[in-house]
Design a protein around this ligand. Structure first.
Ligand code: NAP
Length: 298
């Protein structure tokens, strides 16, 4: 029987409804509107699309967004100064710098200039460390979205064999940590893994984030596995596909995320959730009487 398709658009829509409710609550009780600043440098077409989607998503739930759009040859100091101004702006609760950055930028420096209290992408070293010790402040949006999807689908993780294909700082590594915190037994594979299939075949839950179309063939997947495809690849004919042979694997898996319409909409939604959680924290700090009724993004 073909696997159930996990509908990321539908789950994201439900979560965005909760976002609207939380924003109304913040406005009513703390007179706060969450604010997100987005910085983009250059005009990489994919980055422009991602930024446009993020700004549009903010608008749909009622987050105020500000775009800072710099030419590719902007001086790094100009961007660092802007981040410092935003760090001290009480109307801004989240700061996002769209990656990748031009080659003359020091990405690590840019990311650590963002205040950890406003680092809604979760890439600042402080937030990475907090994730490692299990005390997440802002969970990185893509793995956070995957975890929320699995929770929504009531897919248990405790004691399960989970294999993560891809070990990047943005997706694979934080994904593995978040799954481990949910008591899964996690294996991480990467480009130098020998015989990838010997790992993937053992997975009760397989999460793939490699950026390689058709990397995961049906014979690499255990019958009944849950398959989460994080990959986004544009084929020469213009089609958007993930890393998994969707039709072949769907015949074997018990549940599978599509591309598009799977993890992508969740990623953007978790950015909204993190921004709202940040505004809620700020409201709590400004009003100690509310200190017990603030939800966090995690
Ligand atoms: P990345 O930085 O390029 O990392 C890719 C990872 O996959 C690396 O760890 C690499 O191994 C590993 N890998 C590459 N080829 C492999 C192979 N043949 N077998 C096993 N592992 C392999 O990419 P990323 O930023 O993590 O993104 C991964 C994919 O997810 C991309 O398609 C990206 O577009 C997509 N993505 C989607 C969303 C979303 O919202 N849906 C969000 C972020 C990213 P090494 O470490 O050994 O090089």
């Amino acid at each position: 029987m073909a696997a159930r398709i996990i509908d990321g658009l539908k789950i994201a829509a439900q979560m965005r409804e909760q976002c609207r409710y939380r924003i109304r609550d913040l406005q009513r009780h703390a007179e706060t509107v969450p604010g997100l600043a987005v910085i983009i440098i250059g005009s990489d077409p994919a980055s422009l699309i991602y930024v446009r989607n993020k700004l549009r998503a903010c608008q749909t739930v009622g987050i105020r967004s500000e775009l800072f759009d710099y030419p590719i040859d902007v001086a790094q100091d100009t961007v660092l100064s802007r981040i410092e101004l935003l760090n001290s702006d009480p109307g801004i609760h989240g700061i996002l710098v769209q990656l990748p950055l031009p080659p003359h930028f020091d990405m690590a420096l840019v990311l650590r200039t963002i205040s950890p209290q406003k680092d809604v992408d979760g890439f600042h070293l402080y937030n990475v460390g907090a994730l490692v010790v299990g005390n997440t402040v802002f969970p990185p949006c893509t793995p956070f979205g995957v975890v929320k999807m699995l929770e929504h689908e009531k897919i248990a993780l405790e004691g399960k064999n989970v294999v993560v294909v891809g070990a990047s700082n943005i997706v694979g590594k934080p994904m593995a940590l978040m799954l481990m915190q949910r008591d899964a037994t996690v294996s991480i594979c990467h480009a130098k893994t020998r015989d990838l299939a010997q790992f993937t075949i053992l997975a009760d839950v397989l999460v793939v984030a490699a950026g390689k179309p058709s990397l995961i063939a049906p014979q690499m997947v255990r019958t009944g596995a849950v398959v989460v495809d994080v990959g986004i690849n544009r084929l020469p004919d213009g089609r958007l596909v993930g890393d998994v042979d969707f039709d072949g694997v769907r015949a074997k898996a018990s549940a599978i995320t599509p591309v598009p319409g799977g993890v992508g909409p969740m990623t953007v939604t978790m950015l909204l959730v993190n921004t709202i959680a940040s505004a809620e924290r700020a409201a709590r700090l400004n009003d100690p009487a509310r200190s017990n009724d603030v939800r966090t993004g995690a």
